[in-house]
Each structure stands twice: as C-alpha cells, then as structure tokens.
Design a protein around this ligand. Sequence first.
Ligand SMILES: NC(=O)c1ccc[n+]([C@@H]2O[C@H](COP(=O)([O-])OP(=O)(O)OC[C@H]3O[C@@H](n4cnc5c(N)ncnc54)[C@H](O)[C@@H]3O)[C@@H](O)[C@H]2O)c1
Length: 361
Amino acid sequence: MPSIQPRNSIFEQLDTYGHKKIVFCNDPDTSLKGIIAIHDTTLGPAMGGTRMWNYKNEQDALEDVLRLSKAMTYKCAIAGLNMGGGYSVIMGDSRQDKTEALMRKFGRFIKNLNGEFVTSEDVGTNPRDMEYIRMETEHVTGIPESLGGSGDPAPVAAKGVFMGMKAAIKELYGNDNVAGRSVIVQGIGHVGENLVKLLRDENAKVYVSDINDDRVRQVSKKYGAEAVSNNSIFDLSADIYAPCAMGATINTQTIAKLKCGIIAGSANNQLQNETEHGKMLVEKGILFAPDYVINAGGIISGYSELMGYNKKRALQLTENIYEATRNVLKLSKAENISTIDAANKIAEKRISDIKKVKSTY
Ligand SMILES: NC(=O)c1ccc[n+]([C@@H]2O[C@H](COP(=O)([O-])OP(=O)(O)OC[C@H]3O[C@@H](n4cnc5c(N)ncnc54)[C@H](O)[C@@H]3O)[C@@H](O)[C@H]2O)c1
C-alpha cells in the first residue's frame, strides 16, 4: 500500500487508501479527542477496534486510524465476514486519561453513525470501556460475558494467531508442530500473553519482550518464558518472530537485522510499507504470515456477538484461520508474489464478487 504523505490535505490522505468517511470527535468537557475512520462498507457495516494511545501528534493518530481501518476491510473480507472496515483512535494515555465520561461521550459519537460503525477493544481499551460505550449505543461488541457479550476478544485473537503460525510452520518445516520451535513474542499485553500461554502449553521455547518491565517479569515467570530486552530482540536468532505490540516494526532497518524463518504475530500493520517490505522479506527468505489474515480471531469474536454469541462457533471460525493462511501461502508460491500481495488478491476478489451480488436490491 502507498504511504500516506503527511503534507497532503486531509482529503488527499483519505484518497490514498480510498476512505469513505472520517469523523473527528472533539469534546473539551470530557477531554475527548478521537477519530473514527470508515474505509469501506461493501460487505457490511464497518467494524474495527477503538485504540487509545498517547500519539505524538494529530497526524500520527490520523495516519494510524487510516491504516488500521483499511486493514479491517481486508481482514473482514478474507475471514469471510459480512462486515466492512473501520477503526477509531482516541488520543491520550489510557492509564491516566481514560474516564467513564470520556468513553461514554465517544459512544455517543458512534451512536450518531447509526450503525455504520461497530467497535470493540484494542490497545488501551478493555471490556469495561466497551460496557461504557454500550451505555450510549448498541453498536459495540466485546462487552463482558456477564452482560451477554463475548468478553475480551484477545484470547480468541491469540488462538487465531497460533493457528496462522502453525500453518506457516507447516509450510516451512513440513509439519505444524510448535514443540521445540523458538518464538520471540514482542509485546505481551492482552493478545501477547495469551499467545505465550498457547505456545508454552505446546512446549515451544518462548522469549518475551515489552516496554513494560513489570509485564515482562510477570509473564516470563508465570509461563517459564525467557525475558529479553526490547532493544535486543532483533539481534536474537529464533525460528519465529511474533510482533504483538504496535505496527510498522518490520521495516528496512529491522529486516536487515532479523534472524528468523517466520514472522507471525497479532500486531496490525506490521509492514511499514506493504509492497517494499513484503518484497524484501521474500528476498531474505523470511515467510511472512500476513497480519490481517492471522489476527482475525478478535473480529470474529465480535462478529459472533452481533450474530447471537456462541463461543464454540467463534472458536470454530477462528480455527479456519489455519486453512485461510495455507491458501494465502499456496497462492503466493503459485504466482511467485509476496504473501501480503497474495492475501490482498484474495480479499479484493471477495469484495469485488460481493459487490456484484449487491447490485440487485
Ligand atoms: N486485542 C485484540 O483482540 C486484537 C485483535 C487483533 C489484533 N490486535 C492487535 O494486536 C496488538 C496487541 O493488542 P493487545 O490488545 O494485546 O494490546 P495491549 O495494549 O493489551 O498490549 C500491547 C502490549 O505491547 C506493549 N508495547 C507497546 N509498544 C511496544 C514496543 N514498542 N515494544 C514492545 N512492547 C510494546 C505494551 O506495553 C503492551 O504490553 C495490537 O497491534 C492490536 O491492534 C489486537
């Protein structure tokens, strides 16, 4: 995908990825500064997380929400969901600036979209926050199980990443055993910790890193993983690198250093530049399991909640990520294209096929 040029006008930035709509949510009373981006609604209402992050500036927040919402269009398409792509970001430190009023006010902005956007948890938000949003609008998923929702989507997201990782292991090593494989998990928050558990349960050797030292201490002790400093992860040799923090960790500088056979993690938008870095990974012989293909478990969980939540069904759909990843890897090999290009091709085909279906009312 092309890079957003910050010096362009807002409309030019929306045109970069073909966005439909953007809503700036500004409320001085609750200190809310948020952005909702709707990328594409061909398949259905836009669905995507709400991220609360201490962005350096407004441009960084805008760029993040545009990239995240576009990825959601592709994620929903390839996962076979009848939902489009959207995302929202709230500027601020989730540990200090988050209040009930701020989240509920944000819920009101979602309500004003009349169902065009449905949200759920992401970095910096949790089921409690979704409960606050639910007080103002029904267009939210991931509310606590005690209230009839699907709860935290992170364990389901981790399960999907695990299935996608296994599909990549199968491609490279001929069997999908995780036992004995070494995996670096970068970012051990909601999804990362659940992934560490799944990996350790099947006897993988796991290295963990995070910018939060307390998390590293707790998680490494709890699961018998080895703590590594965040600065040294790209110097470490391992079978798999699992980015589970923020996006764009795979770029020209890190690809030069990476010493792994597979990249498979939960972070959204791992490649700083899809075309350039997808190609560089092919040249270096690193197998990239496309992020939006393997991290779809979270959105599958939210989608199931909209359809009348059934945990078993959500987990079954998430297990299909193994086959979806295998299909992407097969197409990439058959057409000699990068795995991200192969995933994009499959997703775009579904969107274009369903567009034809919808031309009859
Ligand atoms: N939560 C979900 O259901 C879900 C679903 C699909 C994809 N994702 C994606 O997975 C990633 C993680 O989501 P989460 O819900 O676990 O978030 P989280 O906020 O619970 O965890 C993120 C962790 O990453 C750490 N971190 C942040 N920057 C870092 C850095 N530069 N280096 C190392 N660690 C860093 C944080 O300290 C935190 O522990 C995000 O990119 C998110 O968009 C999440």
